[in-house]
Design a protein around this ligand. Structure first.
Ligand SMILES: [Zn+2]
Length: 138
């Protein structure tokens, strides 16, 4: 079978990692089974494989657009590490919230009361720098 892209070479069936670049971010799509052109690098895939690869490309595009891509990580390893990192960030957030609650409680302040006050201030449009109580009379 001749290459549909350059028409020059005979395609070689193989399973390779396919480099894919989107907006200057490059990843490797792992274990892509296709007929590869040794001249221009074109990969001719079966329908199923083609769908799987476009899906992986779209997924990568989404990650790039969301700013989630770290160039140090590649493929599934990258995805796994990002999940771990997200969990770590969540845990840190929870811890910070917990510490804040404890601080407030140690001063005899109910966190719920503070939240309620902020919410009231926000609704009344007086969540400004400075003491909101100054602006009570409008
Ligand atoms: Zn070719």
């Amino acid at each position: 079978m001749k290459c549909p892209n350059c028409g020059a070479a005979t395609l070689v069936p193989d399973t390779r990692d396919l480099p894919y670049t989107y907006k200057d971010e490059t990843t490797l799509l792992p274990a892509v089974t296709a007929d590869w052109c040794p001249a221009c690098g074109e990969a001719v895939m079966a329908m199923d494989e083609s769908q799987r690869v476009s899906q992986a490309m779209l997924e990568f595009n989404k990650q790039v657009n969301a700013g989630l891509v770290d160039p140090d990580f590649i493929g599934t390893v990258k995805r796994k590490l990002q999940l771990d990192q997200r969990e770590a960030e969540l845990a840190a957030l929870k811890q910070a919230g917990h510490a804040l609650n404890e601080q407030l409680a140690s001063r005899g302040v109910e966190p719920e009361a503070i939240v309620a006050e902020f919410e009231q201030a926000r609704k009344a449009g007086r969540l400004q720098p400075g003491d909101p109580h100054d602006k009570k009379t409008r």
